[in-house]
Design a protein around this ligand. Structure first.
Ligand code: ATP
Length: 512
């Protein structure tokens, strides 16, 4: 399936099966805002829990926090967001469409990268078993040329953005002859900076109202609470504070479903460390976070690191974990070495000391910070799009199956009476009553059992449990596995253990 078709299929499947709806759809929707429906809310919760378990519960030196979305406005002055949290935008004068200038250039590079991938695929076919990808990409003249071009473009983009040389960003777009992807026009305005924070007001009367921002990241709630948590929790460095919650950004272009939203959820962890140890902790968290991703079994080839050329104002090292979405490799998670920038800024703007007293060194210092920051919605899209497959079956039919990692699936098992009579529904209902203490399960008696299997496959349910006439005799049921479609006869009393073995968080996280 072409990538674009696959992406369309992901969006329509997410709607059809009650995962994601456009916000306020009856009013024609609100751009880049989405609602999670009955299955989506469960998948999202399971992803959040999987992250929380790995980051907080499994680390005795990481604790949680739930800071408010509203923060004192000086927070955003101190953090640098008021002055520097902006993206370079460019308008097309003919189509009146607005773009992120850096994304136009990055998409141009992605096209060259697609050419590299094509060459690699061709060579793979030609050389068969003997093919060595590493050697090919470093020696094939055409591929090396493509790669050099990408590197030099991205380097120049990074440098121009770093120097705030927006005229050069425009010059680059013109030199590369980048056209409006929708209309082909090359009639561009100058590049301007656009601040991404949403403003709002707090207070009843116009005179006394205070200008506020909706937080554009959850991290600052952690920084301003750093000392409260450290003192009340008697935390010793190194330690972390983790938080999940909503963040808001007035994104210039948001056309990629839940990949880039104006209201989204982040899962962030700030790890406070001794100055000078940031390099080793950076490597540690890079590795740990990648292991977390790989534990879900979504394919090693679908991930890669992308080190930043252009560092944000607060960072001394940064990398992204990129995932292969239906529209190509894109950032899924950021890992940033934030130095002592944030705490120092908050000290300066608040006039309060935010230092840590190290008993071993008998000295106070402002800790350095290592951050891991992942978008929950992006993770949802990664999991969901990766799971959706069309499978050719032996009898020349196809089935649509959502192969969600069982630990994340919204519904773990569907209990199906073979027919709607002879006391089978009652037995099935009884199984539901027993299992629902431990798992999210569902009951389904409508349509032929084959149709029900397909419905549960498309819904991502890992197990179907069928009650038939033999059940009445021997207390056994058929359990069918979503991915293998294998069916087994098992005792009702064993169901709980069988399901647990595959959906238990421990079973998955132990792969880390
Ligand atoms: P991008 O370059 O894609 O705009 P970013 O570098 O600005 O992302 P960060 O500020 O590092 O993103 O935020 C951390 C994480 O939050 C990202 O890795 C991403 O998963 C998520 N995220 C950021 N912006 C959005 C958004 N508009 N919609 C959904 N998720 C987002």
């Amino acid at each position: 399936m072409a990538n674009e078709d696959q992406f369309k299929k992901v969006i329509s499947h997410a709607k059809e099966y009650g995962y994601v709806f456009q916000s306020s759809e009856i009013y024609d929707g609100l751009s880049a805002v989405y609602d999670y429906a009955q299955n989506g809310v469960e998948l999202k919760k399971n992803i959040r829990d999987y992250w929380w378990k790995a980051m907080v519960q499994m680390h005795d030196n990481i604790v949680g926090l739930d800071a408010a979305i509203f923060m004192h406005p000086t927070t955003w002055k101190a953090s640098g967001h008021v002055d520097a949290f902006s993206d370079p935008l460019i308008d097309n004068k003919d189509s009146k469409k607005r773009y992120r200038a850096d994304v136009l250039v990055e998409d141009y590079c992605a096209k060259i990268e697609a050419k590299i991938e094509k060459e690699v695929k061709k060579a793979e076919k030609r050389f068969g078993e003997a093919f060595n990808k590493q050697e090919f990409v470093s020696t094939n003249g055409r591929v090396v040329g493509y790669q050099e071009k990408i590197d030099s473009i991205l380097k120049r983009l990074g440098q121009s953005l770093e120097k705030e040389d927006l005229a050069d960003v425009k010059a680059l777009i013109e030199e590369l002859e980048i056209a409006d992807p929708l209309t082909g026009s090359r009639n561009w305005t100058d590049v301007k900076q656009f601040n991404l924070m949403f403003g709002t007001k707090l207070g009843a009367s116009a005179e006394s109202a205070m200008d506020l921002y909706l937080r554009p990241e959850t991290a600052q709630g952690i920084f301003v609470n750093f000392l409260n948590v450290q003192k009340t929790g008697r935390m010793k460095i190194p330690f972390g504070i983790a938080q999940t919650g909503k963040a808001f950004r007035n994104e210039i272009v948001a056309r990629q479903f839940i990949f880039r939203m104006r209201e989204f959820e982040q899962m962030e962890m700030q790890f406070f460390i001794k100055p000078g140890t940031q390099k080793e902790w950076f490597e540690h968290w890079k590795e740990t976070r990648m292991k977390w991703h790989l534990s879900l079994g979504m394919g090693e080839d679908n991930y890669r690191f992308h080190d930043h050329e252009k560092l944000a104002h607060y960072a001394d090292a940064a990398t992204d974990i990129e995932f292969k979405f239906p529209f190509g490799f894109k950032e899924l998670e950021g890992i940033h070495s934030r130095t002592d920038f944030d705490l120092k800024q908050h000290e300066e703007f608040s006039g309060k000391k935010l230092q840590y007293f190290d008993h071993e060194d008998n000295a106070s210092y402002t800790p350095y910070v290592l951050e891991t920051s992942i978008g929950l919605d992006r993770m949802f899209l990664a999991v969901f799009s990766n799971a959706l497959v069309e499978e050719e079956l032996e009898n020349n039919t196809t089935r649509t199956v959502l192969k969600l990692p069982a630990v994340l699936a919204p519904i773990k098992a569907a209990i199906l009476p073979l027919v709607k009579k002879d006391g089978l529904p009652e037995v099935a209902q009884k199984i539901v009553e027993d299992l629902k203490w431990d798992f999210n399960v569902t009951y389904d008696e409508k349509d032929a059992v084959g149709r029900r299997y397909r419905r549960q496959d498309a819904n991502g349910t890992p197990f179907c449990i069928t009650v038939d006439h033999d059940t009445l005799e021997d207390n056994t049921v058929t359990i069918r596995h979503r991915d293998t479609m294998e069916q087994k006869r098992v005792k009702i009393e064993d169901l709980k253990d069988i399901i647990k073995a595959e959906v238990d968080v421990k079973h998955w996280l132990q792969k880390m």
